[in-house]
Structure formats: structure tokens, C-alpha cells
Design a protein around this ligand. Structure first.
Ligand SMILES: O=P(O)(O)OC[C@H]1O[C@H](OP(=O)(O)OP(=O)(O)O)[C@H](O)[C@@H]1O
Ligand SMILES: Nc1ncnc2[nH]cnc12
Length: 170
């Protein structure tokens, strides 16, 4: 399976100079979507994962089916102002802009083994922030898994030696 055949590249979105990798053309296809999640599952199967955590919004598209497939729970990491309970928050920079992420304080118990999932690793700002939030709650980040990695932005170098798996690299 060449998963890249199902990724649509849209030039100059959301800003001039950005080549946007659109995953909706992959997730539109049930069989390809299922195979992509299965491939990530196989890659992380030996990690004794307690929970999968994924950042809003596209992290939910990868993280939730992965969690169900692994038989573990899913922790949504949301943009600021969306979670109803007590939260911790952190700001970060993106390839195109700035944002703030939040997690429920009781979402993770100290010592739990957390796999982070997202659609795409670009500068690594989102995942570095996610790692920081999970660690503040005492979680152990055992890896990070993506459909796509933009190797030319070197997001990996921000991820503090964490084991990174990506299904496709550009
Ligand atoms: O590695 P980084 O430079 O941090 O960029 C990657 C992040 O950017 C995108 O999310 P975005 O914030 O655009 O939000 P969305 O998922 O709600 O579309 C993407 O889904 C990743 O989470
Ligand atoms: N080039 C890109 N395509 C899709 N999502 C992104 N998030 C950050 N950079 C991106």
C-alpha cells in the first residue's frame, strides 16, 4: 500500500508558501484509513500503552481509532477554552501561527504510559507542548505516532529523544 497516493497536497494553504498535506482524501477511504491505523498499531504494539493522547482536531482522527484498536482509552488534548473540568494549559508556535492547548488535570494518573498520536509532525511545537502537559501530570510518554512527518522541518529534534513513528515522510 502506498499511503502517499491518498494524500492531497494543496499549495499555499492556509498561507502562501505552505504545502498543506490533506489527510481527508485518505480517511475518506474506509479500507485505506483502517490499514493506516493498523500499520501504526503494529509499530507501537510492544510499548505497553495505558492511554493514547491526541491534540485537537486532527489528532482525534488518528488517536481515537488507534486507542480503540489497541483496547485502551483516549485522552483528548484540546484547544484552550473547550474542556469543562480543571485544566492545565500551555502555548506554542505552529508552522503557521500560534495556539494554546489544554488537558484535564485528572486525565492521566502518575506513572501511566502514554502514546501520543497526531496526523502530522511539522515543527514539533504541538507535540513538544503535548509532551510537556503529559509530563506535568506525571504521565510517561512512551512514543509519538503520526500519519505524516515533514522531515524538512526537523520536528523530531524537539521531541526530547522520544521514539517517533511516522507512516509517511515528506
Ligand atoms: O508540528 P507542528 O508545527 O506543531 O504542526 C503540526 C500540527 O499542526 C496541525 O494542527 P493545527 O494546529 O493546524 O490544528 P487542527 O488539527 O485543528 O487542524 C496538525 O494537525 C498538527 O497537530
Ligand atoms: N504542511 C502542513 N500540512 C498539513 N498540516 C500541517 N500542520 C502543520 N503544517 C502542516
Amino acid at each position: 500500500m502506498n499511503f502517499k497516493d491518498y494524500i492531497r497536497i494543496i499549495p499555499d494553504y492556509p498561507q502562501p508558501g505552505i504545502r498543506f498535506k490533506d489527510i481527508t482524501t485518505l480517511t475518506n477511504n474506509g479500507q485505506v484509513y483502517a490499514q493506516a491505523i493498523e500499520a501504526i498499531k503494529q509499530a507501537v504494539a510492544d510499548k505497553q500503552i495505558d492511554l493514547v493522547a491526541g491534540p485537537e482536531a486532527r489528532g482525534f482522527i488518528v488517536g481515537a481509532p488507534l486507542a480503540v484498536s489497541l483496547g485502551v482509552g483516549f485522552v483528548p488534548i484540546r484547544k484552550s477554552g473547550k474542556l469543562p473540568g480543571e485544566v492545565i494549559e500551555a502555548s506554542y508556535d505552529l508552522e503557521y501561527g500560534k495556539d494554546k492547548l489544554a488537558m484535564h488535570k485528572d486525565a492521566i494518573k502518575p506513572g501511566q504510559r502514554i502514546l501520543i498520536a497526531d496526523d502530522l509532525l511539522a515543527t514539533g511545537g504541538t507535540i513538544a507542548t503535548t509532551i510537556n502537559l503529559i509530563r506535568q501530570l506525571g504521565g510517561e510518554v512512551v512514543g509519538a505516532a503520526f500519519l505524516i512527518e515533514l522531515g524538512y522541518l526537523d520536528g523530531r529534534s524537539k521531541l526530547d529523544g522520544i521514539d517517533v513513528f511516522s507512516l509517511m515522510t515528506y
